[in-house]
Design a protein around this ligand. Sequence first.
Ligand code: UDX
Length: 447
Amino acid sequence: MFISVIGCGYLGTVHAACMADLGHHVIGVDVDESKIKELSAGRPPFFEPGLPALLERAMASGRLRFTHDVAELARPGGGERTPWVHFVCVGTPQRKGEFAADTTYVDAAVSALLPHLAPGDLVVGKSTVPVGTAERLSARISDRVPGAMLAWNPEFLREGHAVTDTQRPDRIVYGIPAGPGAARKARDLLDAVYADAIAAGVPVIATDYPTSELVKSAANAFLSTKISFINAMAEVCEAAGADVTELATAIGHDERIGPKFLSAGLGFGGGCLPKDIRAFMARAGELGADQALTFLREVDAINMRRRSRMVELAREVLGGSFLGRKVAVLGAAFKPDSDDVRDSPALNVAAQIKLQGADVVVTDPAAVENARRTWPELQFASTVEEACERADAVLLLTEWQLYRDLDPHVLGTLVRGRTMLDGRNALDPAAWRAAGWTYRALGRPRV
Ligand code: UDX
């Protein structure tokens, strides 16, 4: 297959490399020239486990290249040619001052592709978009290039697991055009792109445009709700002196509930879940179905409340004031195994504590550079030891394995006060208390 991938962020870069690794011929396109320079040299411009080796292999195969110039997709005219599949993988951030998604980049990507499309080509949207976008884009494409088609193929990858999630997703969803001819052609092209995963038994759900768009919004809404549900239970557990981690284990044994996405703590952040549930509410409002999603406001509110609760807890353990106190923050990325700091709960808490007068030092194994760019007013350290030196309290806010493995006895010799606030319920309270630490966590009893 001949494939282009428009937008080389977390999603597009991994998708492009995986497609080339499968044997397809791939061109990755991005307007950011510095990113293209890095990628062309085989260097991923962000941290993602497994990606450097995959990228190296794909580049060495000669089947993958990157460009900032979409005009490179132009091919010699005349004669029969193999149809191209163009994946749109650009971002849909939250609009400033609004809940709705900004689809400018998706529209721009389609506009840039239009001059290079030929009948039989397939544009495939992977970005998370408000329902109705695919219908609108499909009309633009077929008006300009009759015979060219659009499909929607939402992406469910998690950062930190992006390579395996792309190679072996839980399911593949196609939103395909309505007419039988176009539907067949689009489906055949997508089946050829994903032949390897399909042969391995990955289920395919082929449906209409709006359902495919809504599958993604619904999946993210459900995951967010599950996290906020357990965090709401954490609030009740704290009030009742109960332990939310044991509660989660117990309810997770019920197969109907399941144990995943029930880790209580500082809640969700990142470039997807927070903005996607807000965009979903905004779109439902536009469609006159706002009441159906009012519960997502509560999901969002519970999530944001976890951050303020963490700040309160830190102030409480420090005797009611942050003034003159040193606080070490372990973790800056929004989750472990990522250098992504977009809407990072850890940095949000660190900044609030700094604003309230503490001397805050943040460390992270991968995200310090990104964090420094976004929060230049914070102080950063490259190691746990440096961050924790003479700290009055240590806050574990992103559960990297490195932090889970910390030895309370060793860390105890560095700090001024043995106070550990575990914002991710990642540590063993008994071990830390036995080493003389005051251990506090969200949703767990004091002692
Ligand atoms: C998410 C979806 O999982 C993915 O399917 C979609 O394509 C994009 O959005 P991602 O943002 O990479 O992926 O991270 P995810 O692993 O879902 O975690 C999101 C946030 O929830 C993180 O901040 C994480 O720390 C938090 N989380 C997750 C919890 O607080 N508790 C949990 O039990 C699970």
